[in-house]
Design a protein around this ligand. Structure first.
Ligand code: BDR
Ligand code: CA
Length: 325
């Protein structure tokens, strides 16, 4: 089993990523920490605890992270995820038993200190919590196997033309990850826009019985199409298909868990990346040296950029995960 720690801003697709992670026998989930992003920390924490309870994983400790970015006011995404982060979906009852008194950073420190092997961090929201952890506990860096992050992009953005939500919310935090020296992998929007379910696959989910499939089906309606709607996509200028208008459901965060579980469904390249923290129009843009402009060596490059996904394999894995419960 792979020891992992997930940092999430649950969030509809974060919820789906947790479903995939909990369905897998291959992962040993040591803790889940919550970030502010898609919704306020209040909601992302409740959504996370209630979902883990529904999944029968109320034993996983959950810790709350910081209420907002390191240096900026919080930007949320209510138009995509609703005010409560799940487009109004309500779990039955409140199940906060797993909520730990430790902060997210203390929880990360505990997990990394207690683990015999280095731990993989799966970061599915703004990078705030992980960055704050790296600042507070630099001596534990070597205990991190690698960080898998959802965000960054080269050719398209969302919610702005050039920036992806998780980087835009806290670019200074992502900058800390880039400069940390920890092995960093990202599933950029360029790639996760192909992490989709077809309308037929959504119908198959609607046909699965049980409360988990119901939760997915209910939240997919109105979400899957929406996440792709806003923001620019420069790739379309290259003649690619119009991914915003095909009725496909886009699942960015589950793609990261799929990358961990089935790396053979993906390809990747290592690049040198910097993030714009001061721009007026381009805040959060990830400047990725794809043309090797700087001539950086492999060691100097700081980002494994996952650049393709086997869509059908991904969708199959997601459906299997939902059926698992
Ligand atoms: C990312 O932004 C959030 O809205 C999603 O949960 C995902 O982590 C997609 O750009
Ligand atoms: Ca997320």
């Amino acid at each position: 089993q792979i020891p992992v720690l997930l940092d999430v801003d649950t969030g509809i697709d974060d919820a789906y990523a947790l479903i995939m992670a909990c369905a897998s026998e291959e992962l040993d989930i040591r803790a889940v920490t919550t970030a502010a992003g898609n919704a306020s920390l209040y909601h992302t924490t409740r959504n996370t605890c209630n979902l883990l309870h529904l999944l029968g994983r109320g034993d996983i400790p959950v810790s709350q992270g910081l209420p907002g970015p390191l240096q900026r006011p919080l930007l949320r995404a209510p138009e995509v995820h609703g005010e409560n982060g799940l487009r109004g979906y309500q779990f039955q009852g409140e199940h906060l038993e797993a909520l730990s008194p430790l902060t997210a950073q203390q929880q990360m420190a505990r997990v990394l200190t207690e683990s015999e092997e280095p731990v993989t961090i799966v970061a599915l929201g703004p990078a705030t919590n992980v960055a704050a952890f790296l600042q507070q506990y630099p001596e534990l860096k070597s205990r991190i196997r690698r960080i898998l992050f959802m965000g960054a992009s080269y050719r398209c953005g969302n919610p702005t033309i050039v920036s992806t939500f998780n980087v835009l919310v806290d670019p200074e935090a992502f900058d800390i990850l880039l400069k940390s020296g920890v092995e960093l992998h990202t599933l950029p929007l360029d790639t996760t826009r192909h992490a989709t379910l077809t309308p037929e696959e959504c119908r198959q989910i609607a046909g699965i019985s049980g409360p988990v499939a119901k939760m997915v089906s209910r939240t997919l309606a109105g979400y899957g199409d929406r996440i792709g709607q806003k923001g620019g996509c420069l790739a379309q200028k290259d003649g690619e298909r119009d991914w915003n208008r095909e009725g496909l459901a886009h699942l960015p965060d589950p793609a990261v868990v799929a990358y961990l579980l089935r790396p053979d469904y993906f390809t990747r390249q290592k690049y040198f990346c910097q993030v714009e923290c001061k721009g007026e129009l381009t805040t959060g843009f990830t400047v990725i040296d794809m043309e090797d402009y700087y001539g950086k060596s492999m060691e100097e490059r700081n980002l494994w950029y996952v650049d393709s996904i086997d869509r059908a394999g991904f969708a199959r894995l997601f459906l299997e995960s939902v059926r698992h419960f």
